[in-house]
Structure formats: structure tokens, C-alpha cells
Design a protein. Structure first.
Length: 164
């Protein structure tokens, strides 16, 4: 397994984290000591999450989200799966800015992921505004050809965007 790593960059009243590797029992989630107002977390390089990592994440993100405005960026499928299954993985006042949607092509035996971005492709519910998702069930990619089909059950995968 890949060791969990955090890269941190402070930019004025924002802190940017890039997480990579495996979120597990050995992961050391960062402590914020700077006076900031927003936290941005890039999750694209997160490879695996186990049950101990989920527990530590929920214990870390809950108080963080009560103190700062938190934004998730480039969430891979493993993160969206946890968001949809684990209560507290995505607290109510945390924004998903972008996430990947996986596609698979049987003809090429290949997969691809498309990045959806908030406001362009979806809205995370705020108040009574309904969420929407701008995606296609099938796609073609000019560089490889073949028809790629969405590789998740849409109703379940996009569940986190629904108004509760």
C-alpha cells in the first residue's frame, strides 16, 4: 500500500492540502495552526481508504468543518463512495468543488474518468436549491475511440448531490 502523505501550502487566509496514498490506521491527518478561514483539500491522489481511515477521517473532518469553510477538490470514486455510504464523511457545510466519474469501454478494455466541476456540471444542494448533474451515460474519446459507458450506478453515485 502507498503511504499516506500530505502536502500543505498556506496562501493568505487559505490552506491547501494535497492528500495521496492510503487513508488507513497509519495516516497522520494534518493539524492546522495558522489563522485561516478556508481549507481546500485535493484528493485526486488518494488511492485507498480502509475502515480505520474512515474513522480517523470523520473524527478529523467534523471539527474542521465547524471551524473553517472546507472545499474538496478532484474527489476520486473511492471518496465519492464513502461520501454516499458513511454518515459524517461529508459534513453538511463542506463543499465538493469537483469529482471524477468513471467510464469503461468493453471494446478497448480500458477505463477513463471525467472531472465534473461545481457550478459548471453540478450544484451541491444549498438550502432548497435542487442539485443537478451534467454528465453523459456514454462517451467517446477522440484519442482512443470506442464507446465508454458510465461505470457506476448513477442514482447511487450522485446521491450526495440530492437535497435531503
Amino acid at each position: 500500500m502507498a503511504v499516506f502523505q500530505v502536502q500543505k501550502k498556506v496562501d493568505g487566509d487559505l490552506v491547501h492540502f494535497e492528500f495521496s496514498g492510503s487513508l488507513d490506521e497509519d495516516a497522520k491527518l494534518p493539524v492546522i495552526t495558522e489563522k485561516i478561514r478556508e481549507v481546500h483539500i485535493d484528493l485526486r491522489q488518494l488511492k485507498t481508504i480502509n475502515s480505520c481511515g474512515i474513522r480517523e477521517w470523520v473524527k478529523w473532518i467534523q471539527p474542521l468543518s465547524q471551524t473553517y469553510e472546507v472545499h474538496f477538490h478532484c474527489c476520486p470514486k473511492i471518496v465519492i463512495d464513502q461520501v454516499n455510504m458513511v454518515s459524517g464523511f461529508l459534513p453538511k457545510n463542506v463543499y465538493v468543488e469537483s469529482f471524477y466519474v468513471p467510464y469503461y469501454c468493453e471494446e478497448n478494455d480500458a477505463d477513463r474518468s471525467i472531472l465534473l466541476e461545481r457550478e459548471r456540471d453540478f450544484r451541491q444542494p444549498m438550502g432548497s436549491n435542487p442539485g443537478f448533474v451534467n454528465f453523459q451515460e456514454t462517451m467517446t474519446f477522440d484519442d482512443v475511440g470506442g464507446e465508454y459507458e458510465i461505470d457506476v450506478i448513477s442514482a447511487k453515485y450522485f446521491k450526495f448531490l440530492k437535497v435531503s
